[in-house]
Design a protein around this ligand. Structure first.
Ligand code: G1P
Ligand code: ZN
Length: 544
């Protein structure tokens, strides 16, 4: 089959962000836009001839068209085999699992994660390397460099391949293998968790769970694992059908976007346990009746209880969290005498630590939790971890968390997001603060004294690479903390994220809500940077 070299011109805006390249669907639909980026990825890799690529997406609008283009380009660029999920579906954790299991060269995930989908919404493309994890910064920078120099892309001419049933197809020299998107991933989960105990929990008839797949990719995974393999009643998984527009919803498992589940859990007939996942299946939200579990607390609880779960019974070698995430897990690490690493935002920074065997568990405040079983965060994995704990401890999730706070103290945490800001205004606002940082220590804010103020930078302890400009931190003598950073995953304007945290040891204070306990810091965070004066916004769009 003849490989066509098609002439093209660069697009200036193809720099991957926190998690791959994310743009409006209409941007991706411009002629040559997708092709340019995919070719820039392939041109950044060496030795792809004859290699295996894993490919799939979260089922969102434009996935189907993009998958066919990528298949033809994989053939044009000399890959030997593409493993693709049936229906073009693969969750982000499943891509990571398949790359590792089949020793693939890498993988491509088509998703914009928790961002909405549809013709006027978002699309994204992310390359993962052979460890199953997101491409590290040096590779994403190379991809960007190729994208601004690109002159041609390589493709073969071939009709669309039928992805609706398992099977093998030939596309010139390329073998396309359409596989069950769920099986390998579900098998991996069985090696980590005590499925017998969880099955008993469901069989007891005294435990009702609700899992909200938000009409995104985790529906088929949750059905297979929870309802088929673990025997949870049919209907445990709601909104299980992946839809190209996610049913018009916003598949972000948080208090705002998963509000149906939250209302059910706060209502008169809550389930005993509820969870939700995001568009591509790597995020999780965990709820008990009338009780929300902050992701930072969730990570800390999992770390403290890991010895009760078969896959982690040997203990943890270390843990890691992203810088803005609460320090709850740090206290557990101290208790276990294991190292705790603080990385910049984004899963790619955990990869080296996991590969080097320095950490077993890691997580982010943005509803991401994971372990060394793959190299991505993993929504269903976190849910199964919780189910395993509930099955073993036989107490409600809330009791597990409250006992945890009683033992370790509580890290009150909140994140306030201001979305769709004017990018220049938002950047100038943070630039002004950045210039004042050095003078802040010793000054008063939020009714207390500032101890340190800096722009977070990270030196990777494994390869020595340095990431700078990762968020402005203001730390107080009391240990309280405010962090400001701009999102790297948005597609329109800028999103300002403000993170606030306070540690409280006194158990009698643990019943307060985060917004009340953090009220002073919230006001202080506004005053320090002047959000309203700079952006005109008097309140955040999303509070988690
Ligand atoms: C957000 C989260 C970050 C997460 C990323 C991908 O990135 O804050 O923790 O890794 O999505 O899911 P941000 O938009 O803040 O750059
Ligand atoms: Zn995601």
């Amino acid at each position: 089959m003849q490989v066509l070299s098609i002439e093209t011109k660069p697009f200036p805006d193809q720099r991957p962000g926190t998690s791959g390249l994310r743009k409006k669907v209409r941007v991706f639909q411009q002629p040559r836009y997708l092709e340019n980026f995919v070719q820039s990825v392939f041109d950044s890799l060496s030795g792809i001839a004859g290699q295996t690529l894993v490919l799939g997406g979260d089922g969102r609008y434009y996935n189907a068209e993009a998958l066919q283009v990528i298949l033809r380009m994989a053939a044009g660029n000399g890959f030997g085999r593409v493993i693709i999920g049936r229906g073009g579906l693969l969750s982000t954790p499943a891509v990571s699992c398949l790359i590792r299991k089949h020793r693939a060269f890498g993988g491509i995930v088509l998703s914009a994660s928790h961002n909405a989908a549809g013709p006027d919404e978002d699309f994204g493309i992310k390359y993962n390397i052979d460890n199953g994890g997101p491409a590290p910064e040096n590779l994403t920078e190379q991809i960007h460099r190729h994208s601004v120099d690109i002159r041609r892309y390589l493709i073969v001419s071939h009709p669309d391949i039928d992805l609706e049933s398992n099977g093998l197809f030939r596309l010139g020299g390329l073998v396309v293998e359409v596989v069950d998107p769920v099986a390998d991933y579900a098998d991996l989960m069985e090696t980590l968790f005590d499925f017998d105990r969880i099955r008993e929990l469901f069989a007891s008839g005294r435990f009702r769970m609700s899992f909200d797949a938000m009409n995104a990719v985790t529906g088929p995974y949750a059905r297979e694992i929870l309802e088929r393999r673990l025997g949870a009643p049919t209907g445990t998984v709601v909104r299980a059908q992946p839809l190209p527009d996610f049913g018009g919803g916003h598949p972000d498992p948080n208090l705002i976007h998963a509000h149906q589940l939250v209302e059910m859990m706060n209502g008169s007939w809550p389930a005993d346990f509820a969870a939700a996942s995001d568009g591509d299946g790597d995020r999780n939200m965990i709820l008990g009746p009338g009780f929300y579990i902050n992701p930072g607390d969730s990570l800390a609880v999992l770390a403290a209880n890991a010895h009760r779960v078969p896959g982690y019974a040997k203990g943890l070698v270390g843990v890691a969290r992203s810088m803005p995430t609460s320090a709850a897990v740090d206290r557990v690490a101290e208790h276990l005498s294991i190292p705790c690493y603080e990385t910049p935002t984004g899963w790619k920074f955990f990869g080296n630590l996991l590969d080097a065997g320095r950490i077993t568990l890691c997580g982010e405040e943005s509803f991401g939790t994971g372990s060394n079983h793959i190299r991505e965060k993993d929504g269903l994995w976190a849910v199964l971890f919780w189910l395993n704990l509930l099955a073993v401890r036989r107490v409600p999730a809330e009791a597990i968390v409250r006992q945890h706070w009683a033992q370790f103290g509580r890290n009150f945490f909140t994140r306030h997001d201001y979305e769709g800001l004017d990018s220049a205004q938002a950047e100038q606002m943070l630039d002004r603060l950045r210039k004042r940082l050095a003078k802040l220590p010793g000054e008063q804010a939020a009714g207390q004294t500032i101890q340190y103020a800096d722009d977070f930078s990270y030196t990777d302890p494994v390869d020595g690479s340095v990431a700078t400009g990762q968020g402005l931190r203001i730390g107080f003598e009391s240990g309280d903390r405010i962090v400001y950073r701009l999102s790297g995953t948005g597609t329109e304007g800028a999103t300002l994220r403000v993170y606030m945290e306070r540690f409280v040891d006194d158990t009698s204070q643990h019943d307060r809500t985060a917004q009340t306990a953090l009220a002073e810091l919230i006001t202080g965070a506004e005053r320090v940077v002047g959000i309203e004066a700079s952006t005109g916004r008097s309140r955040p769009d999303v509070v988690t």
